[in-house]
Design a protein. Structure first.
Length: 433
């Protein structure tokens, strides 16, 4: 017997009895209803602002009215007003949210782009491109697209932000009772160099924990807890780094190797702008065609942090850059001359295109990420980068136990159940099922 699921009056007994794909669609239908109501509320706020009827009750601004009616914080009221104005200039975004094709976090990214006054006028021209990315990419990848788009749409503002990060760099040591806190702030390229060193030491600490667990449990080690958490290993790794440096106060002359993802055109533009500005690295402001590629205006670190064109030019001229050429699906097809193959070229190539677990809703990033065959080796799956994907150990085990199939296309990773239905497909209208 089949039951109709009503998103306005959900019966959880019916929901639990559904198949997995049906449950996903039911939740998406509820999310779509939330989106519909949110868009309706935004329209009310926008109309109240346009007519200024809030003044009937002595409110001075629409934000003050929103804050009072909803009993919200000032920040929440400001966000709701910004959302209502963003929907007015990006109606397709509002429609996608209303029909459950994007979520609240994707809408927040659009609001943040709209909130930048130097980007606002350019948003309507890129609405379809950004919306397609919001529909089909997982959230962290869509955020990277928004960062890249904003870097191109507001090169002057991005340049000033990077300059501020560099000039305002600093470190603070605070003691709070029995605790202490060390806070470092600076530019993203310097942070990436530090992270490379830290990651290597964290990996060494992880290997030590794995060896200790094997020595204690023997053949039953898999599945047993490690003696330290990831955060504890990271703290101990920082301690080791400081202890190694304790013997000297001399500065280092070692040149770092920073992995920067960019396009040939952006690299050429960065170097040209650098010399044209006499080393100041001021941006040219030439946006180009933002819909030319999903990787438009790409200039970021391996961790996804945006990099200024000035820093890109300096790193390239000094030989600090590892060139990474990828195909439309994100597969590495050329690692360049400065390849660091500390665990073999196959593992490096996979991790360079994403060091997060590809399991839906997981996406964790840590040094224990495993590289697994998409088509099992026992089924004659090739051991190469095109047939490999990053998984955290629990998700890797679940994938094989549950006989899930994993594929990758231009929109990212997709998991399929044994009945060939996709787990949480992105960008689909739940009302069409």
């Amino acid at each position: 017997m089949s039951f109709e699921f009503d998103p306005l009056h959900p019966d959880l007994r019916v929901w639990v009895g559904m198949k997995a794909a049906e449950r996903d669609r039911a939740v998406c239908a509820v999310n779509a209803e939330i989106g519909r109501l949110t868009v309706a509320r935004a329209a009310m706020i926008r109309e109240c602002d346009r007519t200024q009827i809030y003044a009937e009750d002595c409110f001075r601004t629409v934000g003050q009215w929103v804050r009072a009616v909803g009993n919200t914080s000032r920040g929440t009221a400001t966000y709701l007003v910004q959302m209502s104005k963003m929907f007015a200039v990006l109606p397709k975004v509002a429609d996608a949210y209303e029909h459950g094709m994007i979520g609240a976090d994707q809408v927040r990214q659009f609001v943040e782009l709209w909130a930048n006054p130097r980007c606002r006028d350019q948003l309507p021209g890129s609405e379809e491109f950004l919306l397609e990315c919001a529909r089909t990419f997982v959230l962290h990848e869509f955020k990277e697209v928004c960062q890249a788009w904003e870097l191109g749409a507001d090169p002057d503002g991005s340049f000033k932000e990077h300059e501020a990060a560099r000039s305002s760099r600093g470190a603070r040591y605070e003691t709070i009772g029995a605790w202490f806190r060390l806070i470092l702030e600076g530019d993203s390229v310097s942070g990436e160099m530090m992270k490379e060193v830290l990651d290597a030491h964290v990996t060494a600490e992880l290997m030590a924990d794995l060896e200790a667990r094997t020595a204690e449990y023997g053949d039953d080690a898999d599945g047993q807890p490690l003696r330290r958490t990831h955060l504890q290993r990271m703290f101990d790794a920082v301690t080791v780094i400081f202890m190694k440096a304790a013997a000297t106060t001399d500065t280092t002359d070692r040149e770092p190797l920073v992995v920067l993802f960019t396009t040939p055109k952006d690299l050429e533009d960065a170097i040209r702008d650098y010399f044209a500005s006499g080393g100041a690295g001021a941006p040219s402001g030439d946006l180009g065609d933002p819909t030319e590629s999903l990787r438009m205006r790409l200039c970021q670190t391996r961790s996804g942090a945006p990099v200024s064109t000035r820093d890109l030019a300096i790193a390239a001229l000094r030989g600090w850059v590892q060139r990474v050429v990828v195909d439309p699906k994100g597969h590495v097809i050329n690692l360049g001359r400065k390849s660091r193959l500390f665990r073999g070229p196959s593992r490096d190539a996979v991790l360079l295109t994403g060091d997060r677990c590809n399991c839906p809703g997981c996406h964790v990033r840590h040094d224990g990420i495993q590289i697994d065959h998409l088509k099992p080796w026992q089924q004659f799956g090739r051991t190469d980068q095109d047939n490999a994907g990053p998984d955290c150990p629990p998700c890797n085990r679940i994938k094989h136990i549950g006989h899930y199939t994993v594929k990758r296309d231009e929109t990212g990773w997709h998991w399929y159940r044994p009945d060939d239905t996709e787990i949480t497909p992105r960008g689909q209208n739940p009302t069409e099922h």
